[in-house]
Design a protein around this ligand. Structure first.
Ligand code: NI
Length: 138
């Protein structure tokens, strides 16, 4: 794999803000920060093609005392067992649970599962974090 150096022209104020940001984030160099931005853009783009393989985590917070909700969330996960690799359940306090569900499959299918879980009545908060299997990225 050949490394290519290239120049970027941009306003000094923009570069200053970028340098401040990457310092806060702890990047060792501008190059590594820009590589991450490029990879992120490529991963985001790959989600558009629905058949592309993706992995992700669905995080939900809900009240376990609502029995029907807990049952429904379990039913939904069984319905999609082929896409769900693993899940972790944390009892946050007397009432609330945090569940992190690891999914793998076509981006379209993962999005559908996440939408259904997050949209379930009683789920207080939910987020899908989609990422890549890393196969097509250096
Ligand atoms: Ni719990």
């Amino acid at each position: 794999m050949a490394l290519i150096r290239f120049g970027i022209s941009l306003e000094d104020s923009l570069l200053e803000r970028f340098d401040n940001l990457i310092e806060k984030k702890g990047y060792p160099s501008r190059s590594e920060a820009i590589r991450d931005l490029i990879r992120d853009a490529l991963v985001m783009e790959s989600w558009r093609t629905d058949a592309s393989e993706a992995v992700g985590t669905i995080t939900i917070v809900y009240n376990h005392e609502k029995r029907e909700l807990a049952d429904l969330l379990t039913d939904l996960q069984h319905e999609h067992f082929e896409s769900i690799i693993s899940s972790m359940h944390i009892h946050l306090n007397e009432h609330n649970c945090l569940e992190v569900i690891v999914v793998r499959g076509r981006a379209r299918d993962i999005k559908t599962i996440a939408d259904r879980l997050i949209a379930t009545k009683g789920v207080k908060h939910g987020r899908l974090m989609l990422t890549t299997t890393g196969k097509d990225l250096e």
